[in-house]
Every structure is written in structure tokens, then in C-alpha cells.
Design a protein. Structure first.
Length: 130
């Protein structure tokens, strides 16, 4: 057995269990993304920072995969959007967030999207005031 053959053999030997595990885990039933907050904490979140986003927004657009908010282009709005990202990423790691400050605009765009099987949750958290 050559040196290269030994390396390849060792690599395959070490990788094979991981590949088998990955294949088996891919066969498991995929669960709908859910928020890890309990009901009390979720209601508190809605009544604090998420309500604050809705109060500050100048426009909201429901997109097929989530919401796009427009907020005034200022430090407070950027801090608010960043706070939402930091908090929601902990309990809803399946959410995607984007902040854009487009040239010539007085607003920032704050977009929150989710997989198709989490649209009811995203509507509950961020919708309701279009």
C-alpha cells in the first residue's frame, strides 16, 4: 500500500461514519421551525421591541417569504433593527435578516424572512399592520 493509498484509506475510514450519520439524519422527518420562547416571553417580546418596530416603521410590505419594513434612517432605527436581529436570532435561528440603507433614501429597509413552513409564525410576530 502506497503512502497516498494509506492516507485515502484513513480519510475514508474517518469520514465514513460521519457520512452515514449525515445520510441517516437527512432521512429524519423535518420539523416545522418554531420559536424557542415560552408563551409569556413571546408575548413580552411582542409588547416591547416588536411593538417598537411597528411604531417606528414608515411602511411595511408583506412579501411571499416575510416582511420588509421601512424605518427612518437614523441611529435609533439602526439600533432597533440590530436589537431585533440579536434577540430573534437566539430564539428563531431560522429567520434571515437584512438591513439596507439605499442611496438617496431617507429610510432604511429592514427585511425579515423565513422558510415557507414558518410563515404563520412570522405573520404572528411581525404582521398585522400593513
Amino acid at each position: 500500500m502506497t503512502f497516498i493509498t494509506r492516507i485515502l484509506s484513513l480519510s475514508v475510514g474517518m469520514l465514513l461514519p460521519a457520512l452515514i450519520e449525515a445520510e441517516e439524519s437527512g432521512m429524519k422527518e423535518v420539523q416545522t421551525p418554531t420559536c424557542s420562547l415560552d408563551q409569556k416571553a413571546l408575548e413580552e417580546r411582542k409588547e416591547t421591541i416588536l411593538r417598537h418596530v411597528k411604531e417606528k416603521m414608515t411602511h411595511v410590505e408583506r412579501m411571499s417569504e416575510g416582511y420588509r419594513f421601512r424605518l427612518p434612517r437614523n441611529e435609533e432605527s439602526l439600533q432597533l433593527a440590530t436589537s431585533v436581529i440579536l434577540l430573534e436570532s437566539q430564539c428563531c435561528p431560522f429567520l434571515d435578516f437584512h438591513i439596507a440603507a439605499l442611496a438617496g433614501s431617507d429610510d432604511i429597509q429592514f427585511t425579515i424572512t423565513a422558510p415557507s413552513d414558518a410563515q404563520d409564525l412570522i405573520d404572528d410576530l411581525f404582521g398585522g399592520e400593513e
